[in-house]
Design a protein around this ligand. Sequence first.
Ligand code: COA
Ligand code: ZN
Length: 310
Amino acid sequence: MTWPDRVTIVEVGPRDGFQVELEFIPTELKIDVVDAVARAGVSKIETSSFVSPRAVPQMADATEVFASIHRRPGTRYTALVPNLKGVELALGAGADGVRLVVTTTETYNRKNVGMTVDESFEVCRQILRRVEGESIAVEAVIALAFGCPFEGPVSEDRVAEMAHRFTDMGIDELSIADSVGLGNPTMISSTMTRLLSELPGIAFSMHLHDTRGLGLVNAVAAMRVGIDTFDASIGGLGGCPVFPNGAGNIATEDLANLCEEMGIDTGVDIAAIQAVSTRMQDFLDRKLPSRVLLAGTPGQLYAKIRKEAE
Ligand code: COA
Ligand code: ZN
């Protein structure tokens, strides 16, 4: 068993985190956060979503955000889209990629996007046709891959079947999402081992919510079987728009610190991420869940001890 040499962190706070905040986050602040996260070395940022402003008012300024971010070469700025209208807007805004979410269960998929699972797959097919010849990547997300708050456990067969459906239509980037935090390391390693062996050549990533405190151990379980790309959210921002007790994603600084402690490169400047999270914490006027934001990295702690001893 070996760990990955390098882990890629995908920042999803500006979308998955911001979308559940009730107070409107000023567009300028959203832009500053995206720019600061890019400067901190994060190479892929889910920057916003092109969705119905009635469904998610916080994302109503997606076009403005994309227009004013300062794009760093080599950084991929992506957006979540639920339908063709979202793709048109994403193309117009110059997004580098779009993410389309389909949920494993009918109940949740309908609550999220008002469509059946089959209808969402059909939308995905239409999106792929629409972007032919365009320089925009299409990634699919299998949401609620480890359990649904409405329908209960989700089988590994169901996740594998959906993964095959996506790859059969030409998708080669797949995010496996524990959207409300119902997965555990046993489930994660079993599912991801199976997907990696059945679908070699597909770029898998994981999206892990920390609802039961299992986010980082689930990430370690995934790394152990060969997954090297993870979504994370500054400060651990986020929740679930459909399930009230869902927690946010694993925190970007916590994941970056975990990797650093394990000798795995992420290219992410942890102090710079802590600074962005602190700014959001101040704006939202509440403590964010990240542990490393609260306690610092071991390196920061030891530096403080040394300084105090001088
Ligand atoms: N971007 C912006 N506006 C959009 C849009 C998009 N992608 N898709 C639809 N709209 C607008 C329509 O133009 C329409 O506006 P109008 O009433 O001013 O004419 C309105 O939204 C309703 O459109 P409709 O096609 O009837 O959609 P709906 O009300 O059935 O909602 C979705 C369906 C998919 C658009 C909506 O459920 C949605 O945006 N869901 C996203 C949820 C989400 O972001 N979840 C995040 C976790 S994955
Ligand atoms: Zn999420």
